[in-house]
Ligand binder design. Sequence first.
Ligand SMILES: [Zn+2]
Length: 151
Amino acid sequence: MSVSTFSELMEHVGHDVQVVTYGMDDHVANVAIECHTCHVILLDFDSDVEEEVAQPQETRTFTVQSSHGIFVVEALSGKVVEVQVGDESSEVWPVEKRPIRFDVDEWEQFYKISVLHEADIDILDIGYWVPDGRYEPPVGDFRAQNGEKDG
Ligand SMILES: [Zn+2]
């Protein structure tokens, strides 16, 4: 049904030509240029790729160092995804006082860095929330000292 010559295509000049897709749901199996005036397909192609499976985006993380161990944190949300704190630290640093979420937005604004991907920062340098909702702000002295060291 498709056109393959000059004269065949010339017949459709001025017609209602549209590009349409065929398939199931979001999967396009075929795309076609159709003349809706004549109800014919002028040109079409089948999809030659298997349905593309959306790759889950690699989770961006950064780490926060503390004297008791490290936290692996989701860079976008600040959510703690992994805690590597020894069991022996439970007495001095009970689980309910450990961060469950870090204040990524504040940190990024302070340091003017857009994404904390693969950063490795000190727990004194970033605010965080503990399980009961209390917020522990970053330690100002720590940042001040760090600034002086650099300058
Ligand atoms: Zn036509």
